[in-house]
Design a protein around this ligand. Sequence first.
Ligand code: PLP
Length: 395
Amino acid sequence: MNNPIYLDNNATTAVAPEVFETMKPYFCEKYGNPSSIHRFGGSVAADVENARRQVAELLGATYRDKDDCATEIIFTSCGTESDNAAINAALCAMPERKKIVTTAVEHPAVLHYCEELTRRGYTVELIGVDGQGKLDMAALQNAVDENTAIVSAMWGNNETGTIFPVKEIAAIAHAKGALFHTDAVQAAGKVKIDVQDTGVDFLSISGHKLHAPKGVGALYIRRGIIFTALICGGHQERNRRGGTENVASIIGLGEACRIAKNMLATEYDYLKNMRDAFEQKLLASIPKIRINGDPANRLPGTSSVSFECIEGESILMLLDVFGICASSGSACTTGSLEPSHVLRAMGIPYSAAHGTIRFSLSRYNTMEELDFVAEKLPAIIARLREISPYWEAEK
Ligand code: PLP
């Protein structure tokens, strides 16, 4: 499709042209293996280290030099791997502790791995959220105990954008001697992250959510933590992640982080203003809708809107006719017609949860595009409600 109006940036983003340019030499010219002794490989290793520094700088991690074995960033294949690796490392670091505390609204990258861990004998406790997706901090406090190896709570939710108070959560984990991991896959590059200030022990990011390619991620590991690799093999990543580095993508991730850091404040305002104006237009022109998530603390480009009494999938199909791309619930859970686990955990009524669309923006969207969507939506919703038996009953 030519020039879609792409509002599905929480599913994946376009690779930034600058990122793509930076990656290009690493396919046919600078293709050496960073582990090689010769200078051809060595120069690539230096470039990988530069990317590591760029990632560290976006996250506020420390980076001394390439020979610093305790460097806090490792490269992985994706956000999912980073999440799995962090939880696995905590369980290995504290084998006497058998419990993981996480939240009911995590991405499957955490939730399904935790499910697998229950089959291996671990206990998993899921902390609930309120109607705005805010974490039940009292329940968290009660759940974390001396048997807890790790607390894993995301920085920003991929469906609603709700931001968790990671600093407070880290403090609760640490008070009981547990480690703290945060999945910042959706937050990185969109809100300021400072791993020092928040006291995070592990933090996951994924390239394709911040204008780097798919298939590359990174994990921040606080200096001093004993880290056991999830993927064992060669000595890459200082023995913390086996496998020859995906060099071009790592270079791309570094560049994407550098750009995101430089643009953070302006991009935050740009996305938030555009998102807020869009939501106001929808609220003014369409009855019986609700905006999901914490109104006071949301990722700037995420807008989850529930249109009562109709199916999200039908809305997506009619939006698609106009070249508008969005998603219902989460892209990762699309395929099942059940409302997503996030909306269910928030207690969104069934009739609203079913008609929920997530619009997620990037720096490449414009207000004109959103105006176009806001202009088309009222007729789409009215048309679907006309044939909805639930709407008929509601009237
Ligand atoms: N965590 C969150 C919050 C996500 O939104 C996603 C992807 O949608 C992931 C983890 C998984 O990242 P990846 O696709 O890089 O494995």
